[in-house]
Design a protein around this ligand. Structure first.
Ligand code: NAD
Length: 500
């Protein structure tokens, strides 16, 4: 693809205490379009000193922000939602340039941010606690939510608008202040989001943005005692490090990590529907979603037919720049991602899986300057093979053959991750048995593995995280501290649990 989409080469700044500022060390790195190598922006390569200033600003702002009434905090988020809505198509276009997924999907990514803004704006009036009878007479008991403090927000590049908003909006509406460190591969959308929050009227210091690497900036968030909680989304490997380092300081830590998600197709499934769901889940965002389908567990009666249908349809998927009309599949994020996918394809072949289609880089010279990889399908995959066990994060799907629903569920559950799973069937009994037994945080019936809605809890079991959930009201459980309050109006000392 030629460099015709190149547009916006600018120098970004950090946002600290309400000001756009240069990084203290004066170092920058390039933000590059993965489809054609065009340079989009120069981005601060900040240091610990920049991170420290942002944390100081957030800590200072917390004492006033925590006292702003929840409904007022919600009103600011509502305004942010309105601004996101007005700029949706421009933001989607920038996102496609920055991280490669097709325009339809980047618009959906922005829409998640809009939905989250309006949903969390409402939570400003709804952060319910509860009252409950005291065990003693003339005594009032209630539980209420309190803000916690400075929230360190660390995000990946694959949902550059949705994921930051899933973290920052509940953090803010609950009364916390924020230091946001976005992924190095998707800084431009972070800049746009924080600009909108500034414009919406959040006071100085309440939201701070520091660009930079995980090791230089992220690490400071993990260790600085002024940061009370860490909300992290990224790989399992980084997540373990985050949990260990931040946990040592007794920070509250939420981890949303990788996935190895499966679609199960039973013999009685609507195959047309299943094919659509599989293609969208496995090759949408070029397989780079935490909820992407990378395993297809198929009952033997329909296996061959489904494989042949998929091979035909995969061959028709069009690769290209995500802004070009008609593109189905964009590039991978960088060269390292292409090499990783290539390595897994080699392991799949070595372990005896059958490569049905794909399995290499496209030969089209138009795509030569981008990080493209052909949509790939393996059949006859053993459930213990590496391609069936490890997160590849690319357009590679592995077909596993099973005899029964019970076997399918067992195969689904025998990986280290537990984010999303899906079942295609016309049998309601099978559907409910699967809902009961699939050990994932999200289950879809007659839909693919992707497509979470923002008012339901989002997250996974086992290696996908540490038990917290994002989105829905569950998000507020992470970003608020419960406080139990007892008011004794008896006029005498009453002692709970003490025999009189
Ligand atoms: P990554 O782990 O490489 O990076 C994530 C973030 O952590 C980045 O901002 C990075 O700079 C930062 N980081 C790296 N080292 C750090 C350190 N030592 N201290 C603090 N921060 C550090 O992940 P990625 O490649 O950006 O994203 C892809 C991964 O994210 C995949 O595994 C994918 O499944 C996962 N993901 C999960 C979800 C979910 O909700 N479960 C959603 C999207 C992506």
């Amino acid at each position: 693809m030629a460099r015709r989409h190149q547009a916006m080469s600018v120098r970004l700044k950090n946002f600290i205490n309400g000001q756009w500022v240069d990084p203290e060390g004066g170092r920058y790195r390039e933000d590059v379009d993965p489809a054609n190598g065009a340079v989009l922006a120069e981005v601060p390569a900040s240091t610990a000193a920049d991170a420290g200033r942002a944390i100081a600003a957030a800590a200072e702002a917390f004492s006033a922000w925590r006292q702003v009434p929840g409904p007022k905090r919600g009103e600011l988020l509502f305004e942010a939602g309105r601004l996101l809505q007005a700029r949706k198509s421009a933001l989607a276009e920038k996102m496609t340039r920055e991280m490669g997924k097709v325009l339809l999907e980047t618009a959906g990514d922005v829409q998640e941010g809009i939905d989250m803004a309006f949903y969390m704006a409402g939570e400003g009036r709804r952060s319910f606690g509860y009252t409950t009878p005291s065990e003693l007479p003339d005594k009032f008991a209630m539980a209420m939510r309190d803000p916690i403090g400075v929230a360190g927000i660390i995000t990946p590049w694959n949902f550059p608008m949705a994921i930051p908003t899933w973290k920052i909006f509940p953090a803010l509406v609950a009364g916390n202040t924020v230091v946001f460190k976005p992924a190095t591969e998707a800084p431009y959308l972070a800049y746009e989001l924080v600009s909108i929050l500034q414009e919406a009227g959040f006071p100085p210091g309440v939201v701070n943005l520091v660009f930079g690497s995980g090791t230089e900036v992220g690490e400071v968030l993990l260790t600085d005692p002024r940061v009370a909680l860490i909300s992290f989304t990224g790989s399992n490997q980084t997540g373990r490090h985050v949990a260990a380092v931040a946990g040592a300081g007794l920070k509250r830590v939420s981890l949303e990590l990788g996935g190895k998600n499966a679609i199960i197709v039973l013999d009685d499934a609507d195959l047309d529907l299943a094919v659509e769901g599989i293609l969208w889940s496995a090759y949408g965002t070029t397989g780079q979603r935490c909820t992407a389908c990378s395993r297809l567990i198929v009952q033997e009666g329909v296996y061959d037919r489904l494989r042949d249908r998929l091979v035909e349809r995969i061959g028709q998927l069009r690769l290209g720049h995500g802004l070009a009309p008609g593109t189905d599949v964009g590039p991978l994020i960088n060269r390292a991602a292409v090499e990783k996918v290539q390595q897994y394809v080699a392991w799949g072949r070595e372990e005896g899986a059958r490569l049905e289609i794909g399995g290499g880089m496209p030969t089209d010279p138009e795509l030569g300057t981008g990080h493209f990889y052909l949509p790939t399908l393996f059949s006859e995959v053993g459930s213990n093979m590496r391609i069936a066990q490890e997160e590849i994060f690319g357009p590679v799907l592995s077909m596993i053959r099973v005899k029964t629903l019970s076997e399918a569920v067992a195969v689904n559950n025998q990986v280290a991750y537990g984010l999303s799973s899906s079942l295609f069937t016309a049998n309601v009994n099978a559907a409910f048995r699967a809902i009961r037994d699939l050990a994932t945080g999200i289950v879809y019936i007659n839909a693919g593995t992707t497509g979470a809605e923002i008012h339901l809890p989002f997250g996974g079991t086992r290696g996908t995280g540490n038990g917290h959930r994002e989105a829905g009201t569950a998000a507020l459980d992470f970003f608020a501290e419960w406080k139990a309050v007892y008011v004794d109006y008896s006029g005498r000392l009453q002692r709970a649990q003490i025999d009189t």
